[in-house]
Design a protein around this ligand. Structure first.
Ligand SMILES: *[C@@H]1O[C@H](CO)[C@@H](O)[C@H](O)[C@H]1NC(C)=O
Ligand SMILES: *[C@@H]1O[C@H](CO)[C@@H](O)[C@H](O)[C@H]1NC(C)=O
Ligand SMILES: *[C@@H]1O[C@H](CO)[C@@H](O)[C@H](O)[C@H]1NC(C)=O
Ligand SMILES: *[C@@H]1O[C@H](CO)[C@@H](O)[C@H](O)[C@H]1NC(C)=O
Ligand SMILES: *[C@@H]1O[C@H](CO)[C@@H](O)[C@H](O)[C@H]1NC(C)=O
Length: 203
């Protein structure tokens, strides 16, 4: 009888620790602070570039592949608001000119999932080279928000961007592949600031 009790006790204790060991990574992921999603873009991804403007070119098309990745293997993400993506260029270092806007509807992204948005926008003008150079400095900005699928978590504001140069002499992109969207640098001062009530939500 005593042996039997010991055996049961032993089994209970070991299954408790076994369970803890198995669950530990899951618990760590759940209770550690989750990571913000990452965004990157490949513009002109499947396009032959010709940046020479002809007299009747009043606009151009920009093909792109936008990659949105939930970096968390154990938590889902909501993008509760429409994501706004803006394509623009710099005619000189003190000015930014809008070329096209693109909207992405609110959506849910499961654990560790990556979403590719491949699409095309038509610009409202033909971009010019950055003054004094032989390249066009395109800028892509993304503004939106996300929220972890976890009770009581707040909405985080996202305001990210990147610059992609295209050499007009040989029609090549100066950076190839996907470019990570990062918090705007000095150039963002050229644009309207986000509303101050979002300031606390930055990560
Ligand atoms: C690029 O476009 C310009 C104007 O439309 C044209 O004159 C030129 O031949 C094109 N270049 C190439 C390599 O297709
Ligand atoms: C930049 O370009 C804009 C529009 O072309 C012009 O109004 C402005 O004076 C330019 N600024 C500089 C510093 O060249
Ligand atoms: C772009 O240009 C084409 C032809 O030049 C024209 O039909 C079209 O309306 C233009 N689109 C925009 C958004 O200006
Ligand atoms: C995105 O654009 C829509 C319509 O232009 C606007 O109402 C909304 O406030 C924008 N979202 C953000 C986060 O700026
Ligand atoms: C653009 O391409 C030409 C020809 O390949 C090269 O000589 C020039 O240095 C390039 N410009 C930039 C800014 O890289």
């Amino acid at each position: 009888m005593a042996n039997y009790v010991n055996l049961v006790f032993c089994l209970c204790v070991s299954s408790f620790f076994l369970g803890l060991i198995v669950l530990m990574p899951v618990l760590l992921v759940l209770f550690a602070s989750p990571s913000s999603p990452s965004f990157s873009i490949n513009i002109f991804d499947d396009q032959t570039l010709n940046m020479t403007k002809s007299d009747d070119d009043s606009n151009m098309t920009i093909h792109f592949d936008l990659k949105l990745k939930n970096e968390n293997s154990a938590i889902g993400l909501h993008y509760p608001d429409q994501l706004n993506i803006t394509f623009s260029y710099f005619p000189n270092v003190s000015m930014i000119v809008n070329l096209a806007d693109y909207k992405l509807d609110s959506f849910y992204q499961g654990n560790g999932k990556t979403r590719h948005v491949r699409d095309v926008v038509e610009t409202n003008s033909f971009p010019r080279v950055l003054d004094g150079t032989d390249f066009i400095a395109f800028r892509v900005d993304l503004v939106g928000s996300y929220r972890y699928k976890k009770a009581g978590t707040k909405r985080h504001k996202v305001e990210l961007g990147c610059v992609v140069g295209v050499n007009v002499t040989d029609n090549t992109k100066m950076q190839s592949g996907f470019i990570k969207l990062v918090e705007p640098g000095l150039d963002s001062k050229l644009k309207k600031k986000p509303p101050p009530d979002y300031a606390g939500a930055y990560r």
